[in-house]
Ligand binder design. Structure first.
Ligand code: MEZ
Length: 532
């Protein structure tokens, strides 16, 4: 599978393997990290960002592709549905069928609310399903939520909202128990204790995993729970606008059936947006590890009704996306590979960084190494080696099959045995660090509009640590479900309206913007067109 040139380079990697495996590369200083990020991290490429012209974040920085969506044309600009006889009526409308949406549904159901999930693909078609390496929780005797707080807050460059980080880390141990009791098959030792590992930027081993398909295992369990409870799930139905009422409250959504294009109206006392991330926007032309529907829809829907965004200008590039072969270009190579002992080495077989720096630093370091001319060339571009055989050198034969079987299979399909040969990796667009600004109850500045999971901003500041995303979807999905159900008890919905579409369009007109791109985008650019 590898080219002659790659095989020549592998000889150098093999020759240095034992020495490299024994090496303890030093961590970068804070100053070195700052300098590195400013020069090499994609978030600092000025030519890839612009200024938002209208709406609550007017004057702030955002990726060019996101600005185009936020300032896009409503799909309902010309034709409005009749809001007077809704197709659905519920207490809590949840938009999105991933980990956050499912967790919210379970808790809102527990609270006795009438709940409904709508999802543009199927329940479980979400970034939760794609998460591999694990979920963090400080539940071991040598660890504490306070320690977890310091890691997460520091890893996010001290920019996260402290009350949200506090909630994330203090709810974490209970959430692991909640998932375990629901049926998630976490990795355990012979005594039944959870097996935990490090992730980038963690000071303790607190990564709980189900091999290297942790997200799929969690999503499987949540999905079954939602279905067993007979919570209504409307598949292949996407939200194209939120509905407000004449009291200024969010009161539902206009939906579109993805197959028939039928327009439907869902009226609700409260709405939870759990629409996930934006990898399929391919910011700056990066490949992505994200699922097919990750197109920032929630940000657009919320923004148009006046919800404020937070840290919309910061994205996470997972350091180790597959860079070869092309069939898996951009696919996630879990950080767990490095947790288990594999190191990053350049074309000459040299270790150039500590393998468990935080993700932004690790990604920038790989990009720098390639720009220095130490890259492994591939047909699609470039990358560096991730020396996977080191794992078994360190932990013994059979470790790879046991701990990261999905990685073994993903590369095995293309003739690469990761137990014997290293793999080529390069950063891939993985996560939206920012999102819609929420308070500690998961509510936005728009009354009765809640947001949870990757679509919400503020939990991770300007960089998220491994395993805090699966945790975020569980902690804040549950949180949103609990508070939304509570709020729904006191809500009286007024007359439904879509006047915000005209108000937003007026702002665009006054700013001299005449959008042609329809938003939310719903599916990637390369999908069969959904709006035709
Ligand atoms: O939190 C994540 O993004 C995660 C667990 C990814 C991974 O490397 O496996």
């Amino acid at each position: 599978m590898y080219t002659e040139e790659m095989l020549e380079s592998i000889k150098k990697v093999e020759a240095a393997r034992e020495a490299n495996a024994a090496l303890e590369p030093r961590r970068m200083t804070a100053q070195e990290k700052d300098d590195l990020l400013k020069t090499y991290h994609p978030d600092y490429r000025d030519d890839q960002f612009g200024t938002i012209t209208v709406g609550p974040n007017k004057g702030e920085k955002a990726p060019l592709e996101l600005i185009e969506l936020l300032e896009g044309k409503s799909r309902l600009l010309e034709n409005r549905p009749d809001l007077s006889c809704p197709d659905y009526e519920t207490d809590v409308l949840i938009i999105g069928g991933g980990g956050a949406g499912a967790s919210a549904a379970i808790e809102a159901d527990n609270a006795g609310a009438k709940v409904m999930i709508v999802t543009k693909l199927r329940i479980g078609d979400a970034n939760t399903m794609m998460a591999e390496g694990g979920i963090q929780a400080a539940d071991k005797p040598n660890d504490s939520p306070a320690q977890h707080f310091l890691d997460a807050f520091g890893g996010g460059h001290f920019a996260a909202k402290k009350d949200l980080v506090y909630k994330l880390v203090t709810d974490a141990p209970y959430c692991i128990k909640w998932l375990n009791e629901m049926g998630v098959e976490f990795d355990k030792d012979a005594e039944g204790n959870m097996v935990t590992t490090h992730g980038g930027g963690t000071s303790r081993k607190r990564m709980h995993a189900a091999k290297d398909y942790s997200g799929a295992e969690i999503m499987r369990t949540l999905r079954d729970e939602v279905l067993n409870r007979e919570i209504p799930v409307i598949d292949f139905t996407t939200a194209i606008e939120l509905i407000m009422d004449d009291k200024g409250q969010c009161a539902g959504a206009v939906l579109m059936n993805m197959e028939t294009k039928e327009i439907l109206v869902a009226k609700a006392k409260v709405v939870i947006l759990a629409t996930g991330g934006a990898g399929r926007m391919h910011y700056q032309g990066f490949p992505t590890s994200n699922h097919y529907g990750a197109t920032a829809d929630g940000l657009v829907l919320a923004y148009r009704v006046g919800a404020k965004l937070l840290y919309q200008d910061t994205l996470q590039y997972h350091p180790t996306g597959a860079a070869f072969p092309e069939q898996i270009f951009g696919a996630l190579v879990t950080e767990k590979v490095r947790s288990l002992g594999a190191k990053l080495v350049n074309v000459n077989g040299e270790v150039f960084m500590h393998p468990l720096e935080t993700r932004d630093v690790a990604a920038a370091s790989i990009i720098r190494e390639c720009k220095r001319g130490n890259q492994v060339s591939t047909p699609e571009g470039q990358g560096v080696w991730l020396d996977t055989p080191m794992i078994e050198l360190k932990n013994g034969e059979g470790t790879i099959e046991k701990r990261i079987p999905a990685m073994l299979r993903m590369f095995g399909k293309y003739g690469i045995d990761i137990r014997k040969q290293p793999i080529i990796v390069y950063p891939t667009l993985h996560y939206q660090n920012g999102g819609v600004d929420v308070d500690a109850t998961s509510e936005t500045n728009v009354p009765n509009l809640f947001v949870a999971g990757e679509a919400a901003g503020g939990v991770h500041g300007r960089n998220r640590l491994m395993g805090n995303s699966l945790l975020d979807v569980i902690v804040f999905g549950r949180n949103a479900g609990i508070y939304a159900a509570k709020k729904a008890k006191d809500v009286t919905v007024g007359n439904l309206t879509l006047d915000h579409i005209d108000a937003f369009q007026k702002e665009l007109n006054e700013a001299g913007i005449n959008p042609t791109k329809l938003s939310p985008q719903i599916l990637p650019e390369y999908a069969r067109k959904v709006n035709k």
